[in-house]
Design a protein around this ligand. Sequence first.
Ligand code: CAO
Length: 436
Amino acid sequence: MSIEKIITVPDIGGFKDVAIIEVLVKPGDTVTAEESLITLESDKAAMEIPCPVSGTVKSMNVKLGDKVSQGSAILTLLMEESGGQPAEAKLSEAPSQPAPALDTAHQPATQPVLTAQPVPVTSLPLAMPEASPEDPSAKPHASPSVRRFARELGADLARVKASGPKGRVLKEDVQNYVKSRMQAPERPALGLNVPDASEVDFSQFGPIESRPLSRIQKLSGANLHRNWVTIPHVTLYEEADITDLETFRVSLKAEADKQNLRVTLLPFLVKAVVAALKAFPSFNASLAANGEELILKNYYHIGVAIDTPDGLVVPPLRNADTKGVFDLAKELADLGERARGKKLRIPELQGGTFTISSLGGIGGTGFTPIINAPEVAILGVSKAQTRAVYRDGQFVPRLMLPLSLSFDHRVIDGAGAARFCAYLAQALGDMRRVLL
Ligand code: CAO
């Protein structure tokens, strides 16, 4: 046997005549305890009123837009009599006076009355901005049931166009949004929608052999791929006249031999790069993970790409600003030897602030180095060549060094990169400038 009970508005913090902005059930609906029945909204807060017990909605006492206060009858519920009172309900006998009147349909409560605790939805700002995809800071306003509904469908409420009062997102809005997304033509994902490389049986064309990639190749390959596709690279080319520097370098040979050192161009490049980084600090930096800050580093750990039989490794020359050319040459020789002998430890490969990738000892006239994230720039160096350079009205033979600077365009603009390269070329043209 079933009994009828009137569900009323519980204590809602003293608010009176609060508007019903959502009616979530209708006659005939089966509701379970804690299921939301209506949503109320004052000018300060929104809250859902849950059902204190389970049952079937017999009739509604309110409709959308009605105003209610504590004690207003919401609906009449049919409950199966179970002998005892439901544990979650606070049951009281019918009041001798009718429940406080609604400003619309009010029904005197002649049956037992149940109340439940309201569930706050959200504090509302004075003016509610309409949720807009253009303004990610605008928080969409929606009742918990609509939020739950959107969550179930995986719909981002911030992208749903709200049609409810004061910019509130309604269930229909979520439905319309999902419908429009389902009907939208499929778009390629950010231009990376490339077909998988098809597997080819090369042996059908001739003899082959298969060689597994080294561990370093696999690791660096994944990093290079990520950096290449996630960083907007631009490469700027420059030439430095290193005729005088080469004369100086060669003049150091006897002195270097005595120390059993081989002083190549690279240590000079490191010194010139440090000078340029000091003049242009945003090149010695990293983008913060939130993408909203640049972290400038006051230390200069210059990574050097080293070619090993197992692949590329990039150990940094730490605090290169504090070291002289001979010290750097010595450290480079040591790093190179240990890199090729697979003796470098992981910490020795970490902490770089800028990288130099030199192919100068091998060849090439220029290339596009891939930025070694989280750094923001990398200098590629190709083989210096003696060329006829037009100077002071005549062609003169000069040793010209090709430089290729790749930079992260999110952090550095083209003009900044051109200034950095011009500064670097000037420093290499006259190493005394490094002292300035
Ligand atoms: N132009 C002309 N000659 C150059 C030069 C340049 N830009 N750079 C170096 N040389 C000369 C050196 O002076 C040296 O000459 P000597 O034998 O007469 O002294 C010779 O070329 C060989 O130099 P090196 O390459 O052994 O030494 P280095 O200090 O210039 O470079 C290192 C050291 C570790 C960077 C290098 O051995 C190396 O591994 N380079 C490859 C880097 C690489 O693979 N980068 C990745 C590119 S993208 O994948």
